[in-house]
Structures are given as C-alpha cells and as structure tokens.
Design a protein around this ligand. Structure first.
Ligand code: PYC
Length: 310
C-alpha cells in the first residue's frame, strides 16, 4: 500500500495512493458507507499502531465524481469514516503537489460532504473553501455525570460538532488530559439524548473554544476527534462550524479574517461568505508539510497486521 504522510499544523494525514479496498464505485457517500461497514480492519491496519500513530487521519483517494474535480477522497480516523477533513485537505493538496499532480492554483476535490475548493499558494500553503456549514441548534444543555449541566452549540462543518464556548477549562497543553476526559464525557452525554442530524447523525467531535487576548490570535480550541484523540491542528471542519455559529449570532461579519489556534499553537486564518442555504461558506488557510513516503507491508503471519487494538 503506497502512502504519503504529511502534517498540517502538527496533525498527521496519511494519503493512500494505492492498495485500498475495492469500494464498488458509485457516489463518494456510498463508497464511504461501504468502507465503514465492511472494512473496519483496513481502518485499523492503516492508522492504529504500529503502522499508524495517534491522531492520524487517512485520506483514501477514489475517482472523482464531478467532471471538474482532481480527485475524490474519503477521510477516516481509526474509529470512524468522517464527512470532511480540513487539515486533511491541506495535507492532500501538498501531497499531490509533491507528486507533481497539481500546481499552484485552484483545484477541486470531491468529499463525502460535497465538493470543496482548494487553492494551492505554494508548496506548503493552502486555502480550503469548505462546504456550506451551519449552526444546527444553539444553547443545547446536557447533564454530564461528574460535570453538571453543560451548554453548547451544535454545528455542522462537514462533521458534527458540539462547541462549548467559553471553555470552562483553560485550553492549554497542560490541560490536555482533563480536556480529553471532559470532552469524551460530554460527547457521550449529548449523544445519549439522541441523534442531532436529519439522518440520525450524532456528535462526532467536541470543541472547547477560548478567546485569546493576543495580537496574533483570536481564539484557541481543543478539538476531540471520534477516536478520542485531540486535533493537533485548529480543525478545518470545526473552525467551519464555529464560523457558522459566529455568523448566525451576528458576531463576525462576512469577509472578516480571524485566526484560530490549536491547543499546540498551530494556526489557521479563517473567514466566511454567506451560503445559499442560510449557512456560511468557510475559507481556511493553513500550512502542511510532507514528511514521509512509504509502502506499508502486511505480512499474513504478522499478529499485528490489523494494528494494535485493545
Ligand atoms: O481539520 O477538519 C479537520 C479535522 C477533522 C478531524 C481532524 N481534523
């Protein structure tokens, strides 16, 4: 299996160029559903230790479904096939540039959530124009064992987010363990109340968001992913969900650029334009770096060919 690894603000992306399962063609959504239903071993083999690493997201290339798209892509982490991935799209763009498959300029990728726009500025700098994102429900209260009542907004940015702002706990590296534990408890409590999307979707990511009094940064976030790791980048789809919330509440004007920082200090510049269906079209600018190219080998006698699963 031929892969190229990159990181976007510290968050790894593994682009799978060949050697993935046969997903039978059709829409990206249909292929993503088959991947989730029939190929759990593939997810863990590629992303769990020893071949993968915590927080790594895979970008499985599939043929494009739109005539003007460069490629189709299905994103997944070790626990779930997700809808879209902002940092992964930046990683994919610099990977395709590294391979000489795209040049600086504008491109389009087909994702499970819809077609996204990509502007490659140079070998490492990418702007992603995400799918229309929206505030789904503001001020959703939930009783969380051990934490009491928590209030957050449910937002869609290509994935489904529960955003707690302001964060009750400082979004700082020293608090990563506590932030992770609280976010897992909150996600489970929100989802115990029932689905939040029109097709039975549940919250897959939780964000603790904190304002920052710093000339260079507007807001810092901790983002919990489906596999219970935290996003090392400022999370493109999470930033999109937050932009939708700010827009719906009249707190950020269209075209205004703000800087989102991750809990490890990496940054995206983000802004939005109004969408056609009442939401926002986010743009997310960040940097990604290619860091490895490899052929993953899976020997039949390797007891951990499917990854370490505890
Ligand atoms: O950047 O959208 C993102 C993302 C989703 C999960 C990890 N990163």
């Amino acid at each position: 299996m031929h892969v190229i690894d990159s990181h976007t603000g510290g968050e790894p992306t593994r682009v799978i160029l060949s050697g993935g399962p046969d997903l039978g063609g059709g829409s990206i959504e249909a292929q993503a559903q088959r991947l989730a239903r029939d190929h759990q071993d593939f997810l863990t083999a590629v992303l769990a230790e020893p071949r993968g690493q915590p927080a790594m997201v895979a970008a499985l290339l599939v043929p494009p479904t739109s005539p003007d798209s460069t490629t189709g892509v299905i994103y997944f982490d070790v626990a779930a096939v997700i809808g879209m991935c902002g940092h992964g799209t930046m990683g994919l763009a610099v990977t395709l540039a590294h391979l000489g498959r795209i040049s600086p300029g504008t491109h389009r990728f087909d994702t499970r959530a819809g077609q996204v726009g990509v502007e490659l500025h140079d070998a490492n700098t990418v702007t992603v124009r995400n799918i229309e994102s929206r505030l789904v429900q503001a001020d959703v209260c939930v009783d969380v064992p051990g934490l009491g009542t928590v209030t957050g907004d449910i937002a869609y940015g290509g994935n489904w987010f529960y955003i707690i702002e302001p964060s009750p706990l400082a979004v700082a590296a020293a608090n990563i363990r506590a932030l992770t534990d609280q976010a897992v408890a909150i996600r489970d409590a929100v989802n115990a109340q029932g689905p939040i999307g029109p097709h039975g979707e549940v919250v897959d990511h939780v964000i603790f968001q904190q304002d920052v009094r710093d000339a260079a940064v507007d807001s810092r976030s901790f983002v919990l992913c489906p596999d219970d790791t935290y996003d090392r980048s400022p999370c493109g789809t999470g930033s999109s969900g937050r932009l939708a919330c700010l827009a719906a509440k009249g707190l950020l004007a269209p075209g205004m650029t703000i800087t989102h920082e991750s809990v490890i200090g990496s940054r995206f510049e983000v802004s939005y334009q109004p969408g056609l269906s009442g939401g926002v079209i986010p743009t997310l600018r960040g940097q990604a770096h290619v860091m490895a190219e490899a052929n993953l080998l899976f020997h039949p006698t390797d007891p951990f060919a499917k990854g370490v699963i505890l």
